[in-house]
Design a protein around this ligand. Sequence first.
Ligand code: AQP
Length: 329
Amino acid sequence: MKNNKPVTFSGIQPSGELHIGNYLGAISQWVDMQGNYSCIFCIVDYHAITVRQDPKKLNKNIREIAKIYLALGIDPKKSVIFQQSSINEHTELAWILNCIARISDLNKMTQFKDKADKNQEKVTVGLYDYPVLMAADILLYNTDQVPVGKDQSQHVELSRTLAKRFNKRFGQTFRIPGLKLRKQGANIMGLDNPEKKMSKSAESKNNYIALTDAPEIAVKKIKKAVTDSGSEIKYDPKNKKAISNLLTIYSILDNKPINNLEKKYKNSNYGKFKDDLAQIVQNFLKEFQAKYNRINDKQVDQVLENGADKIRPIAKQTIQRVKSKIGIN
Ligand code: AQP
């Protein structure tokens, strides 16, 4: 990790099936950043346990996420891939940042409000506090850029707030991380409800296309996707949310600007457009799944172990610096 490139850090929870929203909003950015950044990509297992998980499934999911990273083009020769819980300093720094974060900071977090709303009775302290752990994840590695989807922008902003507050109180310690959002695709909406983001915890599986969906299932989901009134294929995210979302998915997966697609489908209907999009999604999934199926557990374990070994020294250095600043070294 010794080079002069800026550092990028991001992660995904092993909490369910990864979907094309995760790919388009987050992982596709990571793949593109690999040449120009020192890249660190994490499987944030401690975040996943903020809601109830089946231990066996969780353990399997951790490896699956690593396989997905590899199959989507995260190259362990260029990027570090590791499991959050294998580096103790994440939770250690999170505790220290907990003593900097204010209840009023966390009360602003809209993702908590959304998730807690669904589950008032069982919501955990961990879920409430998870943005602070995320700040620790980011700040531990002197991160310059955090490439995420739009739903995570408020949490990245919190990590900036905490870093600045800490620096102000204890002197320069943390680098202030920047938020990196895709111009298009930062907020892929649910196929069954274009008012809300595509989400792995959505109630219906028709909300999202999982990266591991059988291609023929994905085709059915596209064909079932909600459309807007009228029949025009036009990008208008205010008034035509559903078709604008489908155009965004099409545009990124097929690498064609949206205005070219609007021209192509000027005299077509939703049926023809959806048939073509289904084909593109199907091709993408087939190619991805062929790569995914070639990766075995042993390879994954090795990648995760090597990744953690590579960056543990950075985490240790940061925590020592932090402890010495606060007077508990
Ligand atoms: N719909 C989306 N469009 C664009 N980007 C998205 N991301 C998530 N949903 C979309 C981005 O993918 C990464 C996954 O981070 P996470 O594992 O912390 O999950 P999340 O943000 O809570 O969203 P999920 O995956 O849909 O899970 P649930 O159902 O738990 O909300 C992040 O970079 C995220 O922004």
